[in-house]
Design a protein around this ligand. Structure first.
Ligand code: TYM
Length: 330
């Protein structure tokens, strides 16, 4: 089976953008590919963070992945730092990566502006580690949301550069986009993101979700209840497309355009569907939290399975780049 790799940062609050943009798609893919899904903790330290909370955030993120259906019987769930080969390969990739290409990355420029006081080398090097995450498993496919497409394309570049210099070693990984690759935040203007304070958390209780939805921005053309709307310009409609059934989506589309229903009624339908999908996940999170040791076993076996693949690939890489002496066993 072809291999898939994807990653998620332990950012403290996994939101519905992560869910419909990536995680839900990851679940769909596990029966068709050999899948590795990883909590990328080393990526999360490129911005300022609370050391005391990091372990909790890593475990909470892994718990959510398992609760969404990424169980160890069906795929591998791991934590990036448990497999040091990721960072080792990143160093080697650093040596085939022109600095100028990293400086041109959209996310680097954007994060650089937001974290002006802390533009560290890790922030610049972030896509190189991401390429190493994917290529240490020779993964051919990477399911992500739209904001990560540039980084995956960059990892193709790195594979190409490495292969050209040292001989064919890595595949050129391809993006798999979900049906909802870009969900905006409740402000209706920027991508949903924890750091922008516009996110609906996957673990938010229903009343919190409703309050965020109730006050969320809608189509700007609908100032009054009687104004016809333009669903194609409304983030609530994008969320309907991610959470509602086809007949409901058609109903909302038509009713919005003709001012048949108001924004609140439209949001109520969305809320009901969101709640139906999220509450079972929240219940499974609680079940996992109630089984001490279960998640540790998942991550321990995930690390061992990843390590077996990564060790072999690193051995091949060391040979190819000429630094493996004959007397050193892998
Ligand atoms: P991260 O942690 O920001 O996001 C995890 C996944 O969620 C998707 N996503 C969204 N999709 C739709 N709408 C949104 N508003 C939204 N916000 C986030 C992201 O596209 C992503 O697929 N650099 C990566 C993590 C990473 C990685 C990797 C991914 C590290 N190594 C190797 C793939 C392969 C990141 O920060 O994702």
């Amino acid at each position: 089976m072809d291999r898939i790799f994807s990653g998620i940062q332990p950012s403290g609050e996994i939101h519905i953008g992560n869910y419909v943009g990536a995680i839900r798609n990851w679940v769909k893919l596990i029966d068709h590919y050999d899948c590795i899904y990883c909590v990328v903790d080393y990526h999360a330290i490129t911005v300022e963070y609370d050391v005391a909370l990091m372990q909790k955030r890593i475990l909470e993120t892994a718990t959510i992945l398992v609760a969404c259906g990424l169980t160890p019987e069906r795929c591998i769930v791991s934590v990036q730092s448990h497999i040091p080969e990721h960072t080792e390969l990143a160093w080697i990739f650093n040596c085939v990566t022109p600095v100028g290409e990293l400086e041109r990355m959209t996310q680097f420029k954007e994060k650089g502006r937001r974290h002006r006081h802390n533009v560290n080398v890790g922030l610049l090097d972030y896509p190189v580690l991401q390429a190493a995450d994917i290529l240490i498993y020779k993964a051919g496919y990477v399911p992500v949301g739209e904001d990560q497409v540039q980084h995956v394309e960059f990892s193709r570049e790195i594979a190409r550069k490495f292969n050209a210099r040292f001989g064919k070693t890595f595949p050129e990984p391809q993006v798999i986009l979900s049906e909802a690759p870009r969900i905006l935040g409740t402000d209706g203007s920027a991508k949903m993101s924890k750091s922008l304070n516009n996110a609906i958390g996957l673990l938010d209780p229903p009343e919190v979700i409703w309050e965020k939805l109730r006050t969320a921005a809608t189509c700007e053309h609908r100032q009054r209840r009687i104004d016809p709307g333009h669903p194609e310009h409304c983030n609530i409609f994008t969320m309907h497309q991610a959470f509602s059934k086809p007949d409901q989506i058609a109903f909302v589309d038509e009713q919005c355009r003709t001012a048949g229903i108001g924004c609140i009624e439209c949001k109520e339908i969305l809320f009901k569907n969101m709640r139906e999908e999220l509450v079972p996940i929240q219940t499974r999170v609680q079940e996992i939290n109630g089984k001490p040791g279960y998640l540790i076993d998942v991550l321990r076996s995930g690390a061992a399975r990843c390590k077996a693949i990564a060790t072999e690939v690193m051995d091949e890489v060391r040979q190819k780049i000429g630094i493996k002496p004959a007397w050193l066993s892998p």
